[in-house]
Design a protein around this ligand. Structure first.
Ligand SMILES: C[S@@+](CC[C@H](N)C(=O)[O-])C[C@H]1O[C@@H](n2cnc3c(N)ncnc32)[C@H](O)[C@@H]1O
Length: 310
């Protein structure tokens, strides 16, 4: 049993959740009612009446045109407590996952000997990438563009960026929808990373094709995202933790239960490792090996794709 499994099990115990039987009724966790994955079929989807295209917003079915604004209000609401909540919800493990993600990409090594510009051009995961490039690879050139659709999340990022040694030359923030990166030129990016973002996008396939467009031939798409747990027993404990504790922590710490309920539901709706690997291939990427690396038994996974060199 891994340390995390033990910690999750301990937390579940302390919340008086029984982890080895599946209740037929909705779980009660302290004073709060909890919606579980297997209840999603029973919900009344808010289907649009005009026959327009629909998508998921957590377990709800909503018109595609509404998802962006619903996601925007979640992140506007969680922006100020985002880091604290991540630490509480993942028991700090999200930092280890991000470290492993960046280490595996090793930014700051020369992307290609023929590269006209020095350093890499990276989209997203700003600070760890720049820290790694600078301290591990002694590379003072790599630049990161943080693209996010949400002004409040960008404002938090800018605030944190202001106390790093990286000036505007190396760290830039743009408000942009990952599905329409018009301000980013074709084949201008060495590394496109997205961490815990893509499951919130309305059209993931469109965003993947946009990533393909902006990457240079030989450039890498890398995604860190929640995924599917491989072990049934661990999955049971994990589901009880995420559906039982996370919305409750959101309610107590951030005063916002609904946003954290959406976050756990959006994790549940995200494709499996193989499905997402296939989507990356469908966008045109070559996938190394099996295409992903599981983290903490599949709670999260790192997927990679390489844009074929011409
Ligand atoms: C869970 S946060 C992840 C933030 C950061 N990458 C991290 O790892 O901590 C997800 C982010 O995706 C952004 N997002 C959601 N939909 C988006 C879209 N269509 N285009 C760009 N960003 C989007 C949200 O605004 C939010 O800041």
């Amino acid at each position: 049993m891994s340390t995390l499994t033990r910690r999750v099990a301990r937390q579940a115990q302390s919340l008086k959740i029984i982890t080895n039987s599946k209740p037929k009724e909705p779980y009660r966790c302290l004073s709060s009612s909890v919606r579980h994955a297997d209840q999603q079929q029973k919900q009344q989807p808010t289907q649009p009446q005009d026959g327009s295209r629909t998508t998921h917003f957590g377990f709800e079915t909503v018109a595609e045109s509404l998802k962006e604004s619903r996601v925007a209000s979640v992140f506007s609401s969680v922006a100020s407590s985002y880091d604290t909540m991540n630490d509480l919800m993942s028991l700090g493990v999200h930092r280890l996952w991000k470290d492993q993600f960046v280490r595996g990409l090793n930014p700051g090594t020369a992307p290609s000997p023929s590269s006209a510009q020095k350093g890499w051009n990276i989209l997203d995961i700003a600070f760890r990438m720049l820290d790694h490039a600078s301290t591990v690879n002694s590379d003072p050139y790599t630049r990161v563009t943080v693209a996010d659709i949400n002004p409040e999340m960008l404002a938090e990022g800018r605030k944190r960026g202001a106390v790093t040694p990286y000036g505007r030359e190396r760290l830039r923030f743009v408000e942009a929808n990952a599905e329409k990166l018009h301000m980013i030129e074709d084949e201008s990016i060495d590394l496109y990373t997205v961490a815990f973002g893509i499951r919130n996008f309305t059209n993931k396939d469109v965003a993947l094709r946009e990533a393909f467009r902006v990457l240079k031939p030989g450039g890498v798409f890398a995604c860190l995202e929640f995924s599917k747990v491989n072990n049934a027993l661990f999955n049971e404990a994990y589901k009880r933790w995420s559906f039982g504790a996370i919305p409750l922590i959101g309610q107590i710490v951030a005063g916002d239960r609904a946003s954290y309920q959406y976050l756990v539901e959006s994790i549940e709706k995200f494709p499996s490792q193989t499905e997402f690997r296939d989507m990356i291939q469908d966008a045109g990427f070559l996938v190394p090996g099996k295409g992903w690396e599981d983290l903490t038994g599949g709670i999260a996974a790192i997927h990679k794709g390489v844009k074929p060199a011409r």
